[in-house]
Design a protein around this ligand. Structure first.
Ligand code: NI
Length: 267
């Protein structure tokens, strides 16, 4: 069985002390691929460096293959200037980079002004389309605005709504625009009724799984530091909700990730 954690922040300093152990536990949990996601220029560079060190060409002991994304998160949107956008474009062409992200809108914490978030989101969406890269979308309390900006910029998207928090109607609309839906730790929470409904509605062929680690650990690790191995808990819960076997969930969601991010075959 092969699982892919399609959204991790493995380059985060919270993994600095024990990253090798974290990778070993991921491998032991069948997590053979990890996408480590940049949130600003600095972390995008760290993501690339980490992915380069775990590119699958390495010798024993065999561990997960790590890929990177580059992007500026809405929290950091006010930092982005034209020179940085050019730098981001340059980084996007580096070998381990499989997507532009995470980008989007966060109207919950509003750490950058909404108008700035929108401008920076659109600039990066246009960059992704110019470079023919999939997009990793962050949407917190901004469902309507995110969908409407995506519609403005283009159609037939290649991308994923990461850590999906919308309802069934939003999932339908996103799928009709070409997006995959990615489910994270909150799916395992007992009261996640809306997410459970989304998981039942969306065909397995349109779903990805992720941790968003170090944040949002699934049950039974809720409240602790999250890590890629725990994506298995998301897969287990998804298999229950889909009334299918874990192996089937693993196979289909891994195929989906390989296709979206154009990864070489794993395993
Ligand atoms: Ni994230």
């Amino acid at each position: 069985m092969i699982l892919i954690d399609t959204h991790a922040h493995l380059h985060d300093r919270r993994f600095a002390a024990d990253r090798d152990e974290v990778l070993a536990r991921a491998m032991a949990a069948d997590v053979q691929g990890i996408i480590t996601v940049g949130t600003d220029l600095e972390s995008s560079k760290k993501a690339i460096a980490l992915a380069s060190r775990h590119s699958g060409n390495a010798i024993e002991p065999r561990g997960p293959v790590v890929y990177a994304t580059v992007g500026v998160h809405p929290h950091d949107a006010s930092k982005l200037n034209p020179e940085m956008l050019a730098e981001l474009e340059r980084l996007a062409s580096e070998k381990p980079v499989v997507a532009i992200g995470e980008i989007g809108l966060d109207l919950y914490r509003n750490l950058s002004p909404p108008a700035v978030q929108e401008k920076v989101f659109v600039e990066q969406l246009e960059l992704a389309r110019r470079l023919d890269k999939p997009v990793v979308i962050h949407d917190r309390d901004a469902h309507t605005q995110v969908l409407s900006l995506l519609r403005q910029v283009g159609k037939d998207w290649q991308g994923v709504l990461h850590c999906f928090s919308g309802d069934e109607e939003m999932a339908r609309q996103a799928m009709s625009m070409g997006f995959l839906i990615s489910l994270a730790g909150p799916l395992t929470f007992e009261n996640a009724h809306r997410l459970q409904a989304v998981a039942r509605l969306v065909p397995l062929e349109r779903l990805l799984i992720e941790t968003d680690c170090p944040y949002l650990a699934p049950e039974p690790y809720r409240g602790k530091r999250n890590e890629p191995a725990y994506v298995r808990q998301v897969a287990v819960r998804l298999a229950e909700l889909k009334n299918t076997r874990l192996e089937h969930v693993a196979q289909v969601t891994t195929d989906n990730a390989v296709r979206l991010f154009r990864l070489p075959p794993l395993g």
